[in-house]
Design a binder for this molecule. Sequence first.
Ligand SMILES: NC(=O)c1ccc[n+]([C@@H]2O[C@H](COP(=O)([O-])OP(=O)(O)OC[C@H]3O[C@@H](n4cnc5c(N)ncnc54)[C@H](O)[C@@H]3O)[C@@H](O)[C@H]2O)c1
Length: 252
Amino acid sequence: MNAPPVTSSPRLPGVRVLVTGGARGIGGSIAARFAAEGARVAILDRLVEAGTAHAAAIGGTFHEVDLLDPASARAVTEAAIAELGGVDVLVNSAGIFELKPLLEITVEDWNRMFSINARAMLTTMQTVAPHMFDAGGGRIVNLASMAAKKGGANEAHYAASKAAVVALTRAAAMEWGCHGVTANALCPGYVLTEMGAATRTPELVAQWSALSPLGRLGQPEDVAALAVFLATPEAGYLTGQALNVTGGMVTH
Ligand SMILES: NC(=O)c1ccc[n+]([C@@H]2O[C@H](COP(=O)([O-])OP(=O)(O)OC[C@H]3O[C@@H](n4cnc5c(N)ncnc54)[C@H](O)[C@@H]3O)[C@@H](O)[C@H]2O)c1
């Protein structure tokens, strides 16, 4: 992971941020970028070693959680909010990916994909919402994917779970806007993290890179920059959106 950028005037001093999946990858970069902007960051993840080390490196805190378990997810989220003394921003980045032909996807595969990628977001959003309502507002940023918009061969359960994330985010924007809460989804293209690394050959990287007018794949920092922007005052009138971060691979 690259070092967070040095900013002379932090844009989010004291802002209290929860980042699920913040131990590594896109969530890790988002956590680092928020911290570099002066925010107070709590990382929620199941990777204890990586999460503890990353939280220490960015001056944040780490909370172990398996988001598959709704009761535990709710309790750990409440504990992180109590430790921060409230919550201004929730970033849901935790997710899983799997390549499997449509005909081979089992009900267990489907349920696991939806439990982590979509249902866990429902749980953390339901947990932060009353706190944000009491405070007069907040920001929610959910990691979807370009798969939500364009689908993908051999990833039907992943793509469907990400389409669910977009719909969930839009519903939150509509229901919670009256409380001053904005909710937006980010739809990254191919981002160079450990997710999908096992099947990412140099040939595939070259093929995918050619799909972008910019001629390259995404870096976690490309996504993190937008997540931070969505938490700034400048993004206050932006809600219910599913924003592409694909290097131009998807334009709708
Ligand atoms: N990498 C990409 O190309 C890409 C593209 C589009 C969207 N996304 C989305 O961005 C998000 C982050 O992806 P990434 O590339 O950083 O992946 P990653 O695998 O590097 O990181 C995912 C993080 O989520 C955590 N996590 C997974 N299941 C969990 C659980 N049950 N409980 C707690 N934590 C759990 C992992 O421990 C890990 O730290 C995901 O939602 C992913 O679907 C990624």
